[in-house]
Design a protein around this ligand. Structure first.
Ligand code: 5GP
Ligand code: MG
Length: 190
């Protein structure tokens, strides 16, 4: 008997979908393949920037073939809004010793570049052997600090997106696709 997926009421808050669930699934597989080829025969340490990268990292990891370890780092630059507040706060609570390790830094989105450049600097200061970056989304037009990721899922226009790990005021992370909210949900007037 065919099962229908449970519907998520908050999908109705989206004005439009930018990246569908199917497109994400296909692109994540392709990225994992690319990473598998690049790190064949090498031990790898994945560092996920949480909370945003949680879902992307989980899906990516399940398709990665190298022997790997996982750790998380917390960064925050948004405080209940959609505009970044300058320098990000990086909470370095890494449990693993990363000295001499090849690292893959995973985040949901590369926007101004402030977060990933600060995190990368911190990882290199701890003597990582190498640091490459993988992001699901890249808003190139918003860059303030020069930063390029080695692995990019999708380039997207300058719009504030939610879903697949990305939140607005901690909501919408569980949406299976990536989209833009209707204006009234950003203004918080409902
Ligand atoms: P950056 O430091 O590159 O400006 O911003 C990176 C962080 O800002 C991301 O990890 C993410 O948490 C947040 N961010 C940037 N753009 C968006 C967006 O469109 N939607 C959401 N939900 N978060 C974003
Ligand atoms: Mg983030």
């Amino acid at each position: 008997m065919a099962r229908t997926k449970p519907t998520i009421p908050e999908l109705k808050h989206l004005d439009h979908v930018l990246v569908s669930e199917t497109a994400i699934r296909r692109r994540v597989s392709a990225l994992a393949e690319q990473i598998n080829r690049a790190y064949r025969g090498k031990d790898l340490t994945v560092i996920a920037v949480v909370n945003g990268a949680l879902i992307f990292t989980a899906d990516l990891l399940r398709q990665m073939r190298s022997p790997l370890r996982l750790d998380c780092i917390r960064a925050s630059s948004y405080h209940a809004g959609t505009a970044a507040t300058g320098k990000p706060v990086i909470i370095d609570n890494l449990k693993l010793d990363i000295a001499g390790q090849h690292l893959l830094l995973v985040d949901d989105i590369l926007d101004t570049g402030n977060t990933l450049s600060a995190v990368k600097e911190l990882l290199l200061a701890k003597k990582a052997a190498s640091v490459r970056t993988c992001v699901l989304l890249d808003k190139k037009a918003r860059r303030v600090v020069p930063f390029e990721a080695e692995y990019v899922g999708f380039e997207i226009p300058n719009e504030f997106v939610v879903g697949y790990g990305l939140d607005f005021n901690e909501r919408y992370r569980n949406l299976p696709c990536i989209g833009v909210l209707k204006p009234k949900f950003y203004s918080g007037t409902v």
